[in-house]
Write a protein that binds this ligand. Sequence first.
Ligand code: DQA
Length: 151
Amino acid sequence: MTQKTKKIQVINGPNLNMLGKREPQIYGSLTLDQINTDLVQHAIPLGVELDFFQSNHEGAILDKIHEIFNENIAGIIINPGALTHTSVALRDALLLMSCPIVEIHLSNIYKREGFRHKSLLADIVTGQISGFGHHGYKMALTAIADMINES
Ligand code: DQA
């Protein structure tokens, strides 16, 4: 019997489409496309499939989460951008999901302005990776793939 490929949803929030141009001293010089391409390469030996979604609109991100609620998603990697610090609605949407969720930030949010120290998601996600730049996405992917393969 062939097993269905495990799908991991990668979600990037507001302003992350501007990576490469946006404050490169903080967020690095890679574009989101480059990060995603690198992630696809990383996913191959892990035997997982990736789906990418980016939006600058909170509602569109909520709609995407509602859409995948009915799919057999094995995990979520989310960089919510500034919605991390503001969005009860995003928190509530993620609470729908029962798969592992990794919250990722390119920068170390705890080393930055005080308003970035609070994540409204940190206590409802599986775990958080913050401060490892684009490597954080690969770390999240490895962690989720290992968790899936162990279960
Ligand atoms: C970010 C950190 C957030 O505070 C910020 O608003 C972002 C990016 C990061 O990846 O470091 O948009 O999530």
